[in-house]
Design a protein around this ligand. Structure first.
Ligand SMILES: [Zn+2]
Length: 286
């Protein structure tokens, strides 16, 4: 199974061994915490720049910031060996109840940037996609592995409910959309079936001369030039529109091996008689 990489994830790591980025590896990724920045109009880059500029004065952090144009990863998660970020207070117990560990030790934190000049709908698509991508990368069930900051710390936090509400979306919708996105990005594309043409002999009863034709999807095809040669039909080719007319009638053609073919049905419509002998792969035209 593979995952459709619809968007680019841009590395913009904070300086390591700082308060915001300790550099401590995360042994296993068990779940995802959905956040929003709580700061309408501040872009992914604004946030990462602010984090970097204050990397030793404050400790709060998250792995990814997503807006309508960029997905920035400032603590390694998808683009490098995952490290811990500080996005949920350690003294909160809901994460331990739900997943048996602290979010900071085992969860990727993803921040939604929204509102003002940020196209919230475009940002939302990337936000949904990147969480589906994290599920894929760390083999997480997208139906069970996403929680939210407001669930883990309800007294202090409302994100990402509040950010999503800014564009008329709900957290419940987000959960459903992540599952749909995961399914879409992991579905196996079945290639279109190869066209198999069966060679046939097109025989003109006027002198029993045979031409090569073929059968495709149950229909017989005849080289257009043979109609002119054997039945005196008038062909006109428009080199601009790439259209063929036979006796002034526009033909639906198949161009194959440098030859234009028309269907037996079209030959009948010109007033000729067509008698197929399917068992012997022959077609008689008179
Ligand atoms: Zn948060």
């Amino acid at each position: 199974m593979s995952f459709k990489m619809k968007y680019e994830i841009t590395k913009k790591y904070l300086t390591s061994k700082t308060k915001r980025r300790s550099g401590t590896k995360m042994p296993t990724v068990k779940f995802i915490v959905a956040h929003d920045t709580g700061n309408k109009g501040s872009t992914a880059l604004n946030n990462v720049t602010y984090y970097e500029n204050s990397n030793n004065s404050e400790s709060a952090s998250a792995h990814l910031f997503v807006d309508d144009k960029f997905i920035y990863e400032c603590i390694p998660a998808l683009t490098g060996t995952p490290e811990k970020a500080w996005h949920v207070l350690y003294n909160k117990t809901k994460d331990n109840e739900l997943y048996g560990c602290d979010a900071n030790d085992a969860a990727i934190g993803v921040e939604y940037c929204y509102g003002s000049k940020i196209n919230s709908a475009e940002a939302y698509k990337r936000y949904v996609w990147v969480m589906a991508c994290i599920c894929y990368k760390f083999n997480l069930d997208p139906k069970k592995s996403i929680t939210a900051h407001f669930i883990l710390d309800p007294e202090r936090k409302s994100d990402p409910k509040s950010g999503l509400a800014d564009s008329g979306r709900t957290y419940e919708q987000l959960l459903k959309d992540i599952v749909l996105e995961y399914e879409d990005c992991t579905k196996v594309e079945t290639p279109a079936p190869a066209v198999v043409d069966t060679l046939t002999k097109v025989i003109f009863t006027v002198d029993n001369k045979a031409f090569d034709g073929f059968m495709r999807n149950g229909s017989n095809y005849v080289p257009a030039s043979a109609l002119k040669e054997k039945l005196g039909d008038e062909l006109s080719w428009n080199n601009v529109t790439k259209e063929l007319k036979v006796n002034g009638i526009l033909a639906n053609t198949i161009f194959k091996d440098n030859i234009n073919y028309v269907s037996a049905q079209f030959v009948i419509s010109l007033g000729h008689k067509v008698a197929p002998d399917t068992a012997n792969k022959k077609l008689y035209i008179s």
